[in-house]
Design a protein around this ligand. Structure first.
Ligand SMILES: [Zn+2]
Ligand SMILES: [Zn+2]
Length: 54
């Protein structure tokens, strides 16, 4: 099984308590956000293109 980590805080995520989507800029990198970062609208950074979003 794949280990997934929140892109914003690095916390491991499990179950359905996170969202996963492709970078809106380059569509090549999976952005993963845990529940906490979603709630706090934490900034994420795409590792591929450097795009940042809330
Ligand atoms: Zn997080
Ligand atoms: Zn990107």
């Amino acid at each position: 099984m794949e280990n997934l980590y929140c892109t914003s805080c690095g916390r491991g995520v499990t179950g359905d308590k996170f969202i996963r989507f492709l970078c809106p800029e380059c569509s090549k990198e999976d952005i993963i956000r845990c529940q906490v970062c979603r709630k706090n609208a934490k900034i994420y950074v795409c590792k591929k293109c450097g795009f940042t979003g809330p």
